[in-house]
Design a protein around this ligand. Sequence first.
Ligand code: EPU
Length: 431
Amino acid sequence: MDKIIIQGGVPLTGSVEASGAKNAALPLLAAAILIDGPVRYRRIPHLRDISTMMTLLAWQGADVAYDDQHCLHVDTRPADKPEAPYELVKTMRASAIVLGPLLARFGKARVSLPGGCAIGARPIDMHLKGLEAMGADIEVEQGDIVATASKGLHVARIVFDQVTVTGTENLMMAAALADGETILDNAAREPEIVNLAQSLRALGAEIQGDGSDRITIQGVARLQGGDITSIADRIETASYLAAGLITGGDVTVTDTDPAMLDAFLARVQDAGAIVETGDDYIRCKANGRLQSVDIHTRPHPGFPTDLQAQFMAMMALAEGTSVVHESIFENRFMHVQELARMGADIRLDGNTAVVSGIDKLSGAPVMATDLRASASLVLAGLAAAGETTISRVYHIDRGYERIEEKLGKLGAHIVRHSVSENWMQGAMLNA
Ligand code: EPU
């Protein structure tokens, strides 16, 4: 298990390129199951969840290969196992997004039911309800969702009780090959949904309204092979901009899209940062100490829950008191206790955190608990006086490609230490 060690207190400056988005690439790869031909994927980040998805597609019988560093070739025509077994997908919550495509293509699917997660229960009831409305019979057997649609999926009008990102993606993919018109109401509007819809459209799908809360899908008989490109990772982009701001620096992220980050950029401007944007870059420059700002997480285009922890790290050092309200996940404050170990003054009350800004954080050994919580600890470590050691960094590796290399390029003093498994086992036996 690796550790990341940071010597904090260095203002980060310079420019770094955004990677492709994990949360776009995962549904785009799941969509391969629907496509009757070879697909060339571009801008796919090297991350653990992506490798899991590639392993799953290969296990199902697809041809999967890297063409070059971030380009993948996937052809699911030889695939013949409409399953996602526990052993392969237990580490990846997003495994449920293969359910819609498998059902649409094979009329049946057996997919391991995702377990709970550090940030909340994360049920997938709305995915299942939608698939049932499209004619699927669904049972849970031995921890797996067993779904059948022996006569194929039919169209439906689905109104989501609550906005769900992967739920919208799952049903959009399921409906792509159904006979007739499916309407998804109260659909998610995240840029990753638009990326998926645009990609499927380019291969023959008839989808309208993506980016709004009503998506209409007219089923087609076949989707042909072609090229698919992931959008930039907006959460990674904002995390590097936050790294610049929390250290009093000046960071530019290139190959990204400022329009995806309106809510975040508005809040950092409110906090006093200087923000400059171009067609494909964002620069954020500190302008004295950050001022406290309140945030309330919401589905897109609101403030993203995936940036709540990173914003809180910035607010821990801001002037004044800020209120952070988390409305998407019930348990997404695991970073609070770790930030407190570094001196942060944060009071929790249900799904609200009251952050009283302090002058200085101090380095400490801390533990990553989930992906975005880990990113907030990295940010705090970059700003803190002295050394911060972050353990359980496999959480970070699920969503940040080459994080220490990218931060190093911006001037951070950050290294990764690999702790050998043998040593760990020995230590555990001796414990
Ligand atoms: N929900 C239900 N029932 C469902 C589906 C969702 O109750 O059937 C609830 C969830 O428990 C949550 C809310 O609805 O309270 C929204 O969840 P959503 O379904 O939108 O989340 P998701 O699709 O599982 C994706 C991202 C998350 C991101 C959320 C919210 C992917 C692969 N994951 O998850 O990303 O936080 O949307 O924007 O796209 C991350 O990257 O760190 C991450 C957790």
